[in-house]
Design a protein around this ligand. Structure first.
Ligand code: IPD
Ligand code: CA
Ligand code: CA
Ligand code: CA
Length: 267
């Protein structure tokens, strides 16, 4: 295993322990609101701290971008770690056992290493640039499915961006009518990991942040899939509007969402 992936895995597993321990004593967890429909708990913050400490110990010169603590610049900006300490906070605080730790490393602007860890199921998704994607050490690949008929798509509702509800519902219903079914499980990182593992055929969501998608994007690409913005370009890290699936399905999904985008979502 690449030494930097090894550190990412160690950090994710340590954070996973912090998260599971608190999940068993949810009544002691403090929850605060960061904005409309946007929550953060003491556990998100503690988990991010242990991840940052683990990375800092081995790579003090690297830059770290965390959802909860923001950017901490190191002397070497070529190496950027992008962390979501707890993806699926709403599930976590409601006692729904579906959430993950997501850690990605970018080297000179390119995704290089990725870990998504589901601490409840003990599922560790990893990817290294050019080396494929794994689940608990076994190679995973996206589905070869070329048709929306029979496909299952994962998605997230735009609960933080309700101005896009109508456009989203229009995309959803166009795709829903053509596919077998949809899943809204509540963790974008796991949604992308599940695309990589072929558990779902594709994923789309509006307005995600880099820490939601960085590790999952590398997983999907290394598992043989595609990740784009809503018009097939590569602006998704900025816009947060993301579609991921097998190469066979991607163009069909893009074609179906296109008529509903309007100017705001055409990126
Ligand atoms: C959220 C989850 C959710 C997605 C939201 C994200 P958080 O991340 O990934 O599935 O729909 O848009 O913000 O806040 O729980 O880390
Ligand atoms: Ca959050
Ligand atoms: Ca997240
Ligand atoms: Ca989070």
């Amino acid at each position: 295993m690449h030494p930097m992936l090894n550190i990412a895995v160690r950090a994710a597993r340590t954070a996973g322990k912090v998260i599971v321990r608190s999940f068993e004593q949810l009544d002691k967890v403090e929850v605060e609101s960061k904005g409309t429909n946007d929550f953060v708990s003491s556990v998100d913050i503690n988990a991010e701290q242990v991840i940052v400490e683990t990375i800092r110990k081995s790579y003090p010169e690297h830059t770290i971008i965390g959802e909860e603590t923001g950017v901490s610049k190191g002397s070497d900006e070529d190496y950027q770690w992008i962390i979501d300490p707890l993806d699926g906070t709403t599930n976590f605080v409601k006692g729904i056992p579906h959430f993950a730790v997501s850690i990605a490393l970018k080297v000179k602007g390119k995704l290089d290493q990725a870990v998504i860890f589901d601490p409840i199921r003990g599922e560790l998704f990893t990817a290294s640039r050019g080396k494929g994607a794994q689940l608990n050490g076994f190679r995973i690949r996206v589905n070869k499915n070329k048709e929306l008929a029979g496909a299952i798509l994962a998605t997230g509702f735009p609960f933080k961006h309700k101005q896009h509800s109508q456009a989203y519902m229009a995309m959803f219903s166009t795709l829903f009518l053509k596919t077998s079914d949809m899943r809204r499980a509540g963790s974008a990182a796991l949604d992308l990991a599940y695309v990589a593992a072929g558990r779902v055929d594709g994923f789309f969501e509006i307005g995600l942040k880099p820490w939601d998608t960085a590790a999952g994007e590398l997983l999907v690409i290394e598992a043989g899939g595609l990740v784009t913005d809503f018009v097939g370009g590569h602006n998704h890290a900025k816009s947060g509007n993301i579609v991921a699936s097998s190469t066979g399905l991607q163009k069909d999904i893009l074609k179906d969402i296109r008529p509903h985008l309007g100017e705001a979502l055409s990126k």
